[in-house]
Write a protein that binds this ligand. Structure first.
Ligand SMILES: N[C@@H](CCC(=O)N[C@@H](CS)C(=O)NCC(=O)O)C(=O)O
Length: 205
């Protein structure tokens, strides 16, 4: 496998899961500072011009929840998802697709409003509204989804690195994470994992 990444992006969740799985992989930086995500060579890999992208021997995956599930399923010995229980697995997907399709997108409205509007005032309005929407999402996670100690309860799964990365972005967005005590405790628990520390050091984070 080959992971295309940029530090500070959601690619970090995939990198952590590769670490958790003990997977063999190589990686390549897609340097946003030179707009490499929009270069023709990268568009040939991921026409969405986003990271992460994961090249496998069967083709390229370009959505984080799909990559996380693929890595978990191809490394069953790491037990990163409850594959033997269809409903429990659906709950994992339920959580991760919420992060992908709702929470991440709500956060993107703060910086990337130009994806949805051209009018500078509309972009400003989206940026201003984003924290309120993000706080609402994290309230749902805090109050109804995060079971503790891990997202799915006692089993550490592919939900945990994903939540870790997005809850880490709350600092960047100046949203006080301690208003969500369970999310904050989960973030700190994740930060202490040797695999997470190793990846953060590797990516200079
Ligand atoms: N739905 C995609 C979203 C990926 C995504 O938005 N990545 C951002 C970084 S966190 C990106 O590549 N942005 C580049 C750009 O907007 O130019 C996923 O979950 O993997």
């Amino acid at each position: 496998m080959k992971l295309y990444y940029m530090p500070g992006t959601i690619a970090l969740a995939v990198r952590i899961v590769l670490e958790d799985a003990g997977a063999a992989f190589e990686s390549e930086l897609v340097d946003f500072r030179t707009d490499a995500q929009r270069a023709p060579e990268y568009l040939a890999i991921n026409p969405k011009s986003r990271v992460p992208a994961l090249v496998t021997d069967r083709g390229v995956l370009t959505e984080t929840p799909a990559m996380l599930a693929y890595i978990a399923q191809t490394h069953p010995e790491a037990r990163l998802a409850p594959f033997e229980d269809p409903f429990a697995l659906a709950q994992v997907q339920d959580f991760n697709t919420y992060l992908c399709g709702t929470v991440h997108v709500a956060m993107a409205h703060r910086y990337r409003g130009y994806r949805w509007a051209d009018d500078p005032d509309a972009i400003k309005a989206m940026a201003a509204k984003s924290p309120e929407v993000v706080i609402g999402c994290f309230r749902v996670i805090e109050e109804t989804l995060l079971r503790g100690p891990w997202v799915m309860g006692d089993l550490y799964t592919i939900c945990d690195p994903y939540l870790y990365v997005l809850s880490g972005w709350l600092d960047r967005d100046r949203i006080d994470r301690t208003q969500f005590p369970a999310v904050d405790a989960h973030f700190r628990r994740m930060s202490e994992r040797p695999g997470v520390r190793k990846v953060l050091a590797e990516w200079g984070l």
